[in-house]
Design a protein around this ligand. Structure first.
Ligand SMILES: Nc1ncnc2c1ncn2[C@@H]1O[C@H](COP(=O)(O)OP(=O)(O)OP(=O)(O)O)[C@@H](O)[C@H]1O
Ligand SMILES: [Mg+2]
Length: 265
């Protein structure tokens, strides 16, 4: 299958801190690709590199074979990579629909002057965005929340609104940074089904997640990071049985055993 996203010896240093150290990985089209690793392993930094928030200290990130390492976030988004954030980034006082509509701004032609003068172009774009925003909310099952302020909604719903906004970019790939964080088991389960549904519709997904049940049951491949370095990449079965991963990462803390039980339960 096609490789969509690839990192080659990617490093990101903050002063002396090696947050990401020579990471090589490949996400193929159609993957649900998981990234796991302890706190501070470099997972979010890696997403920040893939989405243009940071430029790598060295190494390259390729999307559809082209070097995107030093592109601006909006240019990377235009090429087809959308993301959500570890800490929900919604405009709390704006409605759900308005939050999703923001996601469209990259694809419209209107500028500030159009908006101020309410030009025809502005009105046409506004109408188009309104319709598409509603369509996306329908699609993700959030239509009933369209006119409610985003900040008052349950956590699980807010997470979905963020994903809906990412979809508004019409991306090929969606990066999700701990989408299940803070969710109860029912919300997590519903989110997992939602993500798998998006994947079946053709979106390639890269997901950072601590919830092992989520990762082991939903991902086709998994990258394991530890202290900025890749310690393993493979299928859930391979990750589960790799002695290196067990030893270096999970074994000592007993975390892995607990995680395995969680994943099975
Ligand atoms: N902008 C920054 N400036 C300095 N250090 C940073 C910066 N961003 C991240 N770091 C450091 O880089 C390391 C990796 O952080 P990162 O947030 O990528 O980890 P993570 O794997 O996402 O962790 P968590 O599971 O807690 O979200 C940490 O030591 C963090 O303190
Ligand atoms: Mg993080």
């Amino acid at each position: 299958m096609n490789v969509l996203l690839e990192s080659k010896d990617v490093c990101k240093y903050f002063g002396g801190l090696k947050a990401v150290q020579k990471v090589n990985m490949r996400v193929r089209q159609g993957d649900v690709f998981g990234i796991i690793g302890p706190n501070g392993a470099g997972k979010t930094t890696f997403f920040n590199l893939c989405s243009g928030i940071y430029s790598p200290t060295s190494g390259q990130i390729l999307f559809e074979g082209e070097d995107i390492s030093h592109l601006r976030p909006e240019d990377i988004a235009k090429r087809g990579i959308a993301r959500t954030f570890q800490n929900i980034q919604l405009f709390k006082f704006m409605t759900v629909l308005d939050n999703v509509k923001i996601g469209f701004h990259l694809s419209t032609r209107t500028n500030m002057l159009d908006a101020m003068l309410h030009t025809r172009r502005y009105r046409q774009d506004e109408e188009m965005i309104q319709t598409q925003g509603r369509r996306i909310l329908e699609k993700v099952g959030l239509a009933e929340y369209a006119s409610l302020p985003a900040g008052n909604l349950p956590y699980g719903i807010q997470r979905k609104v963020e994903i809906a906004r990412a979809l508004a970019l019409e991306p090929k790939m969606i990066l999700l940074d701990e989408p299940a964080a803070g969710m109860n088991p029912m919300e997590t389960d519903s989110l997992r089904q939602f993500i798998l549904q998006l994947n079946q519709e053709g979106y390639t997904i890269v997901v950072i997640e601590h919830d092992m049940k989520f990762v082991m049951n939903s991902c086709s491949r998994i990258l394991v990071l530890n202290f900025g370095e890749k310690i393993f990449e493979g299928t859930p079965e391979q990750v589960r049985s790799d002695p290196g991963v067990n030893e270096a990462y999970f074994g000592k803390s007993g975390y892995w055993k607990e995680a395995q039980e969680d994943a099975e339960g």
